[in-house]
Design a binder for this molecule. Structure first.
Ligand SMILES: N[C@@H](CCC(=O)N[C@@H](CS)C(=O)NCC(=O)O)C(=O)O
Length: 223
C-alpha cells in the first residue's frame, strides 16, 4: 500500500491522484500532520511539501519524480509513449505545465481576497496565462494531428492518458474558477478546450475532478 501525503486543494496532489487512479493503485491518503511546511510534517518529509509518496522504504516528494517512479515501478497501463521523440515531447508537455502554465496561475492566488484586489497584477497574469494557453494550443494540436491524422478532435478513448496530461485538469479548473471570480478575460484556444474535454472523458480524470470544483470554490470563498 502506498502512503500518499496530500491536501485536498493541491494542484500537484490532484495530478498525482489522477496518476494513481489511472494506474489502479491503492493509496492510504493522509493530510500532512500539522499542515505542509510544519515541523511535524518535516519529520516525515524533510522538504515539507505535498504531494509526497512513500512506497516501502522509499520517500519521494515531487509530483514529477513520483510520476516517473510510478511509471517505472508499475508500468501497467503504460503512461509514456514508446518512441524516443514522443517520449521527449511528453516530458516537454509535462514540464510546460509545471514550470510555465501553473506558476502563472498560482501567482493570482495572492489577489483572490477582495481586500487584496490588484487590477494591474490581474491584467499582467491574464496576459501571461493567455500567452501560455496559446503556446499550449500549438503543443496539443500537434499531438492531436499526429494521433488523429486529420487534426479533427480525437476521441478520448483513442488517446491514452499520459503522465504529461495529469497536471492539466486541475490547472484548467483553477483558470476557469479564477476567471469567474476575478473577471480576468481568459481566452481559451479551441485546441486547448478540445484537449481539456478529452482529458475529462478519461475515467481517472473525471472521478478525481468530480469534487475538485467545489474544493476550489470553497477555497476562493474563504479568502
Ligand atoms: N514541483 C512540486 C510543486 C509542489 C507544490 O508546489 N506544492 C505546494 C502545495 S500545492 C507545497 O507543498 N507548498 C509548500 C512548500 O513548498 O513548502 C511538485 O511537482 O510536487
Amino acid at each position: 500500500m502506498l502512503t500518499f501525503y496530500n491536501t485536498p486543494v493541491s494542484i500537484y496532489g490532484i495530478k498525482t491522484r489522477i496518476l494513481l487512479r489511472h494506474k489502479g493503485l491503492k493509496r492510504d491518503e493522509q493530510l500532512p500532520p500539522g499542515g505542509y511546511g510544519s515541523a511535524a510534517y518535516k519529520q516525515v518529509v524533510p522538504s515539507g511539501n505535498v504531494p509526497a509518496l512513500i512506497d516501502g522504504d522509499l520517500l519521494i516528494a515531487d509530483s514529477e519524480a513520483i510520476a516517473e517512479y510510478i511509471e517505472e515501478r508499475y508500468p501497467d497501463p503504460p503512461m509514456m509513449p514508446t518512441g524516443l521523440a514522443e517520449r521527449a515531447k511528453t516530458r516537454e508537455l509535462s514540464r510546460f505545465h509545471d514550470t510555465r502554465l501553473e506558476p502563472e496561475v498560482r501567482a493570482l492566488f495572492r489577489i483572490v481576497s477582495p481586500t487584496r484586489h490588484d487590477p494591474a497584477h490581474a491584467e499582467n497574469q491574464t496576459k501571461a496565462i493567455n500567452a501560455r494557453l496559446a503556446q499550449l494550443a500549438v503543443m496539443v494540436d500537434r499531438r492531436g494531428k499526429e494521433r488523429g491524422g486529420s487534426g479533427a478532435p480525437i476521441r478520448s478513448k483513442e488517446l491514452p492518458l499520459l503522465l504529461a496530461d495529469c497536471g492539466y485538469p486541475a490547472t484548467f479548473a483553477w483558470i476557469e474558477a479564477l476567471d469567474g471570480a476575478l473577471d480576468l478575460g481568459i481566452e481559451w484556444p479551441g485546441a486547448v478546450s478540445a484537449y481539456r474535454w478529452m482529458l475529462e472523458e478519461q475515467d481517472a480524470v473525471s472521478a478525481t475532478m468530480a469534487r475538485y470544483g467545489k474544493v476550489i470554490r470553497e477555497w476562493i470563498a474563504e479568502q
